[in-house]
Design a protein around this ligand. Structure first.
Ligand code: NAD
Length: 244
């Protein structure tokens, strides 16, 4: 049986690497992103993996957009549910709290927290119907607090509470819900970090390097698999040992 996976924020970084990994393992991948080039990105994944990927534009912060995205995906594939959801889309709007604007707060909370809620609501009913599901939510090492990231830390801590609650509510339907806590990963999101700050963070990482998006994708692929059938409500760090 071919399992179907939705990955949000799939046009870049960790989401793109996860799409490549899952498609190469034989999953059908639905790549969602706010970027206009998401269809081309899906074609790229298909060419790289010889697997199946479709790309659809979505704004995870918007309920109606998520609804339309999910309905379109089901229609294109001719199915009535998906098996796996990776809530990965994300943004940062860093500022010290004294300078943080309500807009910076809202944007980050909307993409991460509303985004995770909006997309999870689409898929859960279908997973319950088939008594099988995997939901993987992207948190961050910043959930424990990070200077300049009150908005992001609040959202990422919220995602852990959301994950643990859903794990309790949905476990009886054979749906596992887990969170990943990446550390400092080399993606476009971290590309703008000034070199001095980058080196300071790397110095605090016991492995003395950034992680790669593929190293995060590997654990997402494992949590998506049959082998991870009894891992539920877990928060898994992929940080090289970094503690912020
Ligand atoms: P990235 O910027 O490379 O990718 C994020 C993707 O999300 C982009 O393609 C972007 O277009 C998409 N996106 C943004 N807003 C969206 C929206 N409203 N709707 C749909 N798509 C949207 O970043 P990344 O580093 O790959 O981050 C992926 C996830 O991992 C994020 O949730 C991020 O917070 C988390 N994370 C990253 C790091 C890191 O060091 N890179 C560390 C911890 C957690």
């Amino acid at each position: 049986m071919t399992r179907i996976a939705i990955i949000t924020g799939a046009g870049s970084g960790i989401g793109y690497a996860t799409s490549v990994k899952l498609a190469s393992k034989g999953y059908t991948v639905i790549m969602g992103d706010i970027r206009d080039n998401i269809q081309e990105k899906a074609k790229e994944v298909e060419a790289k993996t010889k697997g199946k990927a479709i790309g659809l534009r979505v704004n995870v912060a918007d309920w109606n957009s998520c609804r339309e995205f999910y309905e379109s995906a089901l229609k294109i594939l001719g199915v009535d549910h998906v098996d796996i959801l990776v809530n990965n889309a994300g943004i940062i709007r860093d500022a010290l709290f004294v300078k943080m604007t309500p807009e910076q707060w809202d944007e980050v909370i909307k993409v991460h927290l509303y985004g995770t809620f909006n997309m999870t609501k689409q898929v859960v009913e279908g997973m319950i119907k088939y008594n099988w599901g995997r939901i993987i939510n992207m948190s961050s090492a910043s959930w424990q607090g990070n200077i300049g990231q009150a908005n992001y830390a609040a959202a990422k801590a919220g995602i852990i509470g959301f994950t643990k609650t859903l794990a309790r509510e949905l476990g009886k339907y054979n749906i596992t819900v887990n969170a990943i806590v990446p550390g400092f990963i080399d993606t476009p999101m971290t590309a703008s970090v000034p070199e001095k700050v980058r080196n300071m963070i790397i110095d605090r990482i016991p492995m003395k390097r950034m992680g790669t998006p593929e190293e995060v994708a590997n654990i997402i692929a494992f949590l998506s698999s049959e082998e991870a059938s009894y891992i539920n409500g877990a928060v898994i760090e992929v940080t090289g040992g970094l503690v912020l």
